[in-house]
Ligand binder design. Structure first.
Ligand code: BYC
Length: 328
């Protein structure tokens, strides 16, 4: 009922006289400019609502699909401690997906609709999760690089103009920092180990470096949503700004580990005080987004199977809720 009410609110504003709509929009933008939060029952432009639904649902799907490459290693983690840590991390990601679906629901879309969009390929999820995890070192590299990139992108989202998203991000970021450190710690142990373990760590860095840079999205010149999302303070930094920050903090970490970043063009620029890095293969990025990455089909198949085999749980929960409401 609540979300239907919000839908109606959005629709009604479409029929408002132009003057009144302009006034509402001006008041909305003034609130954003004053760094006030927009809450679910506040008036908001339809495009702001749709942008948030797109971004938050893509983010939620990424967390859920992101459980798969690591889930692959739960049964093969090299010790009981590693297994426990990995189970906890993957569970956290399920939790992040749940908070984010809830945040998106406040905008007038149901979880069923979002899940349907994911399973039918209408909704995107992060490109990074379409790459395979052939060795244990990939689990270290995911924590170090993928969670590291995620934190860089998500800390500013704690100051996003939409209240429920910003608040969800505060808790998510705390957990992501822990995830990043556990990944770096796996990499440290491997780099202190045998020649074979060091080689595994280097190969994992080689596999994950460029896809991690792609996580930040297309370069600014080709990012169709950044301009408007910055004006609405959904995004606080552009894709290229965050990518550069990530490179700048991560290169010294790789040096500390004794690993080589797989980029011959990588060089410290004294003038800009940033690392200059080589060109990103945007064709590869577009191929992965179009569904042709190494694991796209496998990931969606796994989500469809999980959804189908979980049908009885949803039915039981609904039956229980109906029974409870009769008892009230
Ligand atoms: N992968 O105009 P742009 C995690 C799409 S989960 C796929 O720059 P925007 C974790 C974009 O959606 C990490 N699609 O868009 C979980 C748009 O598509 P449409 C997920 C991408 O929104 C488990 C089009 O390209 N994090 O951390 O201004 C384990 C144009 O792009 C990607 C989030 O979702 C991509 N990499 O900026 C470990 C954070 N990049 O719908 C870790 C929240 C772009 O127009 N999201 N696209 O066709 C964001 O911050 C922004 O949405 C993005 C993109 C920076 C990703």
């Amino acid at each position: 009922m609540y979300t239907q009410g919000l839908d109606a609110l959005g629709d009604e504003s479409l029929h408002l006289p132009e003057e009144q709509l302009a006034e509402l929009e001006a008041r909305f933008q003034a609130k954003i400019d004053a760094d006030e939060k927009i809450e679910p029952k506040d008036w908001m432009p339809a495009a702001y609502r749709m942008t948030l639904i797109r971004q938050i649902s893509q983010h939620a799907h990424s967390e859920i699909v992101g459980m798969l490459p690591e889930g692959n290693w739960i049964s093969r983690a090299p010790s009981l401690k590693r297994k426990c840590v990995l189970i906890a991390k993957v569970q956290d990601e399920g939790g992040h997906g749940a908070y984010l679906y809830s945040a998106a629901e406040t905008l007038g879309i149901s979880r069923e609709q979002m899940v349907e969009q994911l399973l039918t390929g209408k909704a995107k999820y992060s490109s990074i999760f379409n790459y395979p995890t052939p060795s244990w070192a990939d689990i270290g590299a995911i924590g170090w690089l993928v969670d590291g990139a995620a934190i860089m992108n998500q800390i500013p989202l704690c100051r996003c103009s939409y209240g429920p998203y910003a608040r969800a991000m505060v808790r998510i970021c705390k957990e992501e920092s822990f995830h990043q450190r556990q990944g770096f710690e796996i990499m440290m142990r491997l780099c202190e180990g045998s020649t074979d373990q060091q080689r595994m760590a280097q190969e994992a860095l080689d596999r994950w470096w460029w896809p991690s840079l792609m996580m930040f999205g297309p370069d600014d010149a080709n990012s169709k949503h950044t301009g408007q999302s910055m004006r609405w303070k959904i995004k606080r930094f552009t894709n290229d700004e965050l990518r550069q920050k990530f490179v700048d903090v991560t290169v010294p970490q790789a040096e500390f580990l004794g690993l080589n970043i797989p980029d011959d063009a990588l060089v410290w620029n004294e003038e800009t005080e940033h690392y200059h890095f080589g060109p990103i293969d945007w064709d590869e990025f577009q191929r992965v987004l179009a569904g042709h990455g190494p694991c796209n089909q496998e990931r969606i198949r796994a989500r469809i199977e999980a959804h189908e085999s979980g049908a009885w749980v949803r039915e039981a929960a609904l039956a229980n809720a109906a029974k409870q409401s009769k008892n009230l």
